[in-house]
Design a protein around this ligand. Structure first.
Ligand code: NDP
Length: 800
């Protein structure tokens, strides 16, 4: 076309980004890469390799080494060798390194963004203006936490060697989200990039070495899923941080169960984009474009379910279609395109087959007629699907492509119900001009992030992560720092000795009371406490409880699967507790303490009789239990959120929300204090619990329900089931209506719980059989409160 013709048609001409520097870098490596381990390249000719391609045209970019178990082992050893020195460098030293890495990214920003777009197929506009600036922002932000580590995280130590596995949709950004907090806080890293997109991670490692990062601090091992699995299974790794599909997240949860490795999972999503009838519709249309066509919809938090107020649906969809006609699909290095290439023909095929499935299920598919697709490469047009029912495949399955499904709602409650009708819980976007409505809806949405009149906003200061099957753990913010730290006090804990079930002592003459004519004590049968009522075991069986010396103390109910089911149903029904004000919850906890205090003498006597401790120790256990209830009554209305100030006109409100229903398993030691130490933080922050006392010491807990009954604790908030603790905890861990499990008391039980939790990927908090001294200050406070809450970040931009 001539210039005159461009003027008359107003079409865009081609505006390709210069790729010489990126290709020169590839050529400098002869387009073959080894792994980057201990500050050096491994030989690329010694190992099997695979090719990475340009999604925009299918051309091969480079040959990449396929990492095996030996490569992973070499990388883990290098990281281990470097870790103590890196930690000893101190916060300021590490802050200098992180700062240097941020500047390095800024200095080479064009090379990084071009290489990223070549390898991933994403529009250069996005890699240049979003991904790479955010990479630098993360490194700078965590340079700040490194600097502040000694004062702000004085009670916390680095986790050690961290294995990090990232997907292909934001290759360098995911690297930065993971390595910035890990390195800043004194850990060393072995990173496995995605098979489709390894190049920017390799470039980063090479440049980081040149920028002076000590050898072994950051190691990159390339390969496919089997390389990731070798990293997960390596005994020398202390933590796995994974971003990817929910399916692989489950596999990793299972293989790390019982290993003592800590784990964070950032998984998939099916995020709602809710448009109310009072929204700025043109703004919301632009929002949809950013929500589902950013990065070709290959975004874990893509707003892939459009929920529109019924009255405006037609108008909104018309506007959206008009806008879709103007979208431009094309090669990633063209600066004028909106939508780039899909990562790989396999993913293209998956998107197409899901859309076909929608057609089979009766949905209506619409694609703009004016959008031309390039003839080569993997491209899919922007797609709008109507006539979708909440249960249809397209409304439930993550498509991970440029495909939007729409549904309508009539009332705000219906919008919330539809929005939450998914197994995921990563993000949500709410469009309304009424701020009161937006802030009323946001806490009701089961997702880790909510954007008000905005979408896909990210910043290093604002935590990101999922509820439900979107995973657990947060990246970004102060909360993201804790994911790479462990409490110093806990690191010193000793493994507790195995605690076999107690039995009767075989003492001669233990039937010496036989024939006594004294009037016996009135029989007292400890029951379960479910839904605010005392109830008998479903199975109609009990087990004998003995003191440590083998004296018979009484019988406790033998709980089974059905008792747990009833207890979980009661806890689930007590949802009002989660919505109660913190002031209200605080009062109830103070009141529990008051009532325990009123019965202190009885509890002291029982502790002496049942556990064999001295009267002084028993008195101290009761006093500490009362004090601990006061502690959590105090925290109930003080464990508040934060207001973040990301670099935009607006704020992000980080709210500490309850997890929902928590299954709690207690140890045998200090049976009153440990029971209270676990119960109180969980309910203080609005959770409802099903709590299982230690097998050998259930009677202090069953005595305690009489305290609960007199303390205005609403029915269902605390449910107590006694029995075989390990077996009952496994049932709780496998229950899909339980949101989290805490397991204390036994290493094997910790492993069972982690393994059984994969169904709905519940968050777990376990002691791995380490013996906690419940009298210590380390057995209360932030460590427990953090586990009792999940952070939701609500972004509220402002201005016209
Ligand atoms: P996968 O889960 O398949 O892969 C993610 C990473 O894990 C890749 O590096 C992959 O290697 C590796 N991997 C695969 N199998 C195993 C295994 N058994 N053990 C250890 N590692 C393994 O996801 P995709 O790469 O296909 O990414 C798309 C998915 O990721 C989507 O579902 C998306 O929602 C989710 N995602 C979530 C994000 C979040 O923040 N929550 C962000 C981005 C994506 P390989 O590349 O060779 O397959």
């Amino acid at each position: 076309m001539s210039i005159a013709e461009y003027f008359s048609s107003m079409d865009y001409g081609p505006a390709p980004e210069d790729d010489k520097a990126a290709r020169a870098w590839l050529a400098s490596h002869h387009a073959r890469f080894g792994h980057f381990i201990n500050g050096a390249w491994t030989s690329s000719s010694d190992s099997p390799s695979f090719e990475t391609q340009e999604p925009a045209n299918g051309n091969v970019l480079a040959a990449i080494s396929q990492g095996g178990a030996e490569d992973v082992d070499a990388a883990v050893q290098a990281a281990r060798a470097a870790q103590s020195g890196w930690a000893a460098l101190g916060g300021h030293g590490r802050a200098r390194h992180l700062y240097a890495l941020a500047r390095m990214v800024q200095r080479h920003s064009r090379l990084f963004s071009v290489l990223e777009s070549l390898d991933n197929g994403k529009p250069i506009r996005e890699s240049r203006d979003i991904d790479i600036p955010l990479v630098a922002r993360h490194l700078l932000y965590y340079a700040g936490w490194a600097q502040l580590q000694e004062t702000e995280f004085a009670d916390w130590a680095p986790v050690g060697v961290v294995g990090q596995i990232v997907p292909w949709n934001f290759p360098l950004l995911m690297l930065a989200w993971k390595i910035a907090p890990a390195l800043a806080l004194g850990n060393c890293v072995v990173l496995k990039p995605a098979e489709f997109t390894p190049l920017t991670a390799l470039l980063f490692a090479e440049l980081a070495d040149r920028a002076g990062l000590p050898k072994g601090v950051l190691n990159v091992v390339t390969g496919d899923g089997s390389t990731g699995a070798a990293l997960v299974d390596h005994a020398g790794v202390d933590k796995i941080a994974f971003t990817g599909s929910t399916e692989v997240g489950r596999i990793i949860r299972k293989s790390t169960a019982g290993s003592g490795k800590s784990l964070t999972l950032e998984l998939g999503g099916k995020s709602p984009f809710i448009v109310f009838d009072d929204a700025d519709l043109d703004g919301a249309v632009e929002g949809v474009v950013d929500a589902i066509w950013f990065n070709q919809g290959q975004v874990c938090c893509a707003g892939s379910r459009l929920l529109v107020h019924e009255g405006i649906e037609q108008r909104f969809v018309e506007k959206l279609r008009r806008r879709m006609e103007t979208l431009r699909v094309g090669p990633s290095l063209d600066k004028t395109i909106d939508i780039g290439a899909i990562i790989d023909p396999i993913q293209l095929e998956r998107i197409a087959s899901l859309v076909d499935r929608g057609i089979e299920e009766g949905c209506t598919v619409w694609q703009p007629t004016g959008v031309a697709l390039p003839s080569a490469g993997s491209f899919f047009p922007p797609t709008l699907i109507t006539g979708v029912s909440p249960a249809s495949t397209l409304a439930q399955e993550e498509i991970f492509g440029p495909v939007l499904v729409t549904m309508t709602f009539r009332t705000p409650d219906e919008a919330v119900a539809l929005a939450n009708n998914t197994r995921y819980g990563l993000a949500a976007s709410v469009w309304t001009e009424t701020i009161g409505r937006a802030l009323d809806i946001a806490p009701k949405l089961k997702s880790g992030v909510v954007w008000v009149n905005a979408t896909n906003l990210f910043d290093a200061s604002v935590g990101f992560g999922g509820y439900r099957e979107s995973g657990f753990g947060r990246e970004g913010g102060r909360e993201g720092a804790y994911e790479y730290l462990k409490p110093r006090a806990w690191a010193k804990l000793k493994q507790r000795a195995a605690q076999p079930a107690r039995a009767a002592a075989l003492v001669d003459g233990d039937d010496s009371d036989a024939g006594s004519s004294a009037v016996p004590m009135i029989d007292r049968t400890p029951k379960f406490y479910i839904g605010g009522k005392q109830s008998r075991p479903d199975g109609g069986t009990s087990f004998p409880v003995y003191s440590p010396e083998g004296a018979y103390l009484g019988d406790a109910g033998e709980g089974n699967r059905k008792d747990i089911r009833d207890a979980v149903a009661a806890a689930r029904a007590a949802g009002k507790w989660s919505a109660a004000t913190p002031h209200n919850r605080s009062q109830v906890l103070f009141y529990i303490a008051e009532n325990l205090s009123a019965r202190a003498d009885e509890f002291v006597r029982q502790l002496v009789e049942r556990t064999g401790v001295s009267r002084t120790d028993a008195q101290s256990e009761v006093d500490l239990s009362i004090s601990r209830l006061f502690t959590y009554a105090a925290w109930a209305d003080k464990f508040e959120g934060t207001i973040h100030e990301p670099p935009l006109r607006g704020v992000a409100l980080a709210m500490n929300e309850p997890l929902g229903v928590i299954g709690v398993g207690c140890p045998d030691e200090q049976p009153l204090l440990s029971f209270i130490s676990l119960l109180a933080p969980a309910i203080a922050l609005g959770n409802r619990i099903v709590i299982v006392p230690g097998r050998n010491s259930p009677l202090m807990a069953t005595d305690f329900y009489q305290v609960l009954e007199t303390s205005d604790v609403p029915a269902g908030v605390v449910n107590i089931v006694t029995g075989d603790t390990r077996a009952l905890m496994s049932v709780l861990a496998a229950h899909d209506d339980v949101d989290a499990v805490w397991s204390f008391g036994d290493a094997a039980q910790s492993a069972d719980v982690e393994r059984a939790s994969i169904g709905n990927l519940k968050r777990t908090f376990v002691d791995h059989g380490k013996q906690i001294d419940w009298r210590s200050r380390d057995a209360e406070g932030f460590v427990f409160l953090r586990q009792a809450a999940q952070v939701k970040n609500i972004w509220v931009p402002y201005g016209d």
